[in-house]
Design a protein around this ligand. Sequence first.
Ligand code: PFF
Length: 457
Amino acid sequence: MSNISNNERESIHGLWSSRLTFILAVTGSAIGLGNIWKFPYVAGANGGGAFVLVYLICILVIGFPIMVSEILLGRKGRRNPITSMQLLGKEEAGSQSWKIVGFIGLFAGFLILSYYSVIAGWTLHYFTLSVTGGFGELDTNQVNLLFSELTSSILTQAIFHTFFMVITVIIIARGIKNGLEKAVKIMMPALLFIMVILLIYSITQGDFAKGVDFLLKPDFSKITAESILAAMGQAFFTLSLGMGCIVMYGAYLPKNESIVKTSLTIIFCDTLIALLAGLVIFPIVFDNNLAPTDGPGLIFLTLPLAFSDITGGMLFGSLFFILLGFAAITSAISLLEPSVAWMIETQNVQRSTSAIIIGSVIWLLGFLTILSFNDLSEFTFWKGTLFDNFDYLASNILLPISGLLFTIFASWFMTRSSSRSELSDVSPIVYAIWKFLARVVAPIGVIIIFLNAINIF
Ligand code: PFF
């Protein structure tokens, strides 16, 4: 009975036009500031190689099964993450309470987008700096100055944060398909191209050997409960897991597309970009006597140095920061879409109204992040500034908790026939591997990492 109703359920927001669109949209969600801005500074703060190793393990044994679970749940539910979990919870496990998982994810998305937009605003500001020739002949002191000028100005940050949120809201208000597909198709390869140019710069001009050493050679004495938790949090953040946006995007995936293959493609692209970013940043860090532990400003301190040094630096610098801004937009829309879809589906409001209301609340919340780098930078508790706490709570705690619950639901509570019908293209062995990872390895991994970290919470 339940199967019949599931098969009939359709997304009210339409479907992706092809598998490629879906891959591009999810890759667009996954690849963003998390890969290029966050990965290097979190890896830097957590000791480099050892962190990267744990991160890669988390991606494979935790990230992969959870991504498959989330897409599967979305496609089966065909609604926003909260309603999908409510419907599926009732059909598959006799309890609507599973919708709470969707709520946790959406709340995490609120927090993340509020600071994500501010940082995306920084990249837009750096774009304007580059276009106007601001990266000519820079040294370490000057890049520090440029960055502190930005963070000390509430107005500059507010202008770019507002601009970024407005664009995100407009795209969401126009519906997921219009524009997104074309944008991602051009921007992602272009971003990759500039990353390769930067990599060549790092290899030839930076301290490449030291950078590679730092990033890829694990020093096991640096592995702590804190760094393991950070690596897991980063794996969730970078793959956009636990927030519900993958469930949401899965809801728009046509029935005949392969979930496992798409997940692997997305994970491969995302990891490649993150590692590439690390290989670009650290050689520049070491060559210029900057510190890997320089925190959220790391790419804003290193990359202008590279751009001021290379021929065509103004062009590449401008392109890089604008593309990073675009990469951030394709992630930001995925952070906003689930709550907007939830509001449309449950509160009976129009898409544009919903996008404006939710976007405004998140925009306001963003000012707390702006102030964290400014007037409230001394106001610290628990993990640091308000920004630090938002990020820690969302990435390291909320995303893993809801990701864990999504995967437990998909692998333990859904009937075999339901999950198998979503994964019908893969062989029984691949299905069994997913199930084992989703049922046992990922949950145990997340729980052990949490338990290990409990005294640092
Ligand atoms: N994955 C995005 C990035 O790496 O920049 C950020 C993100 C998007 C996190 C969507 C969480 C999310 F649900």
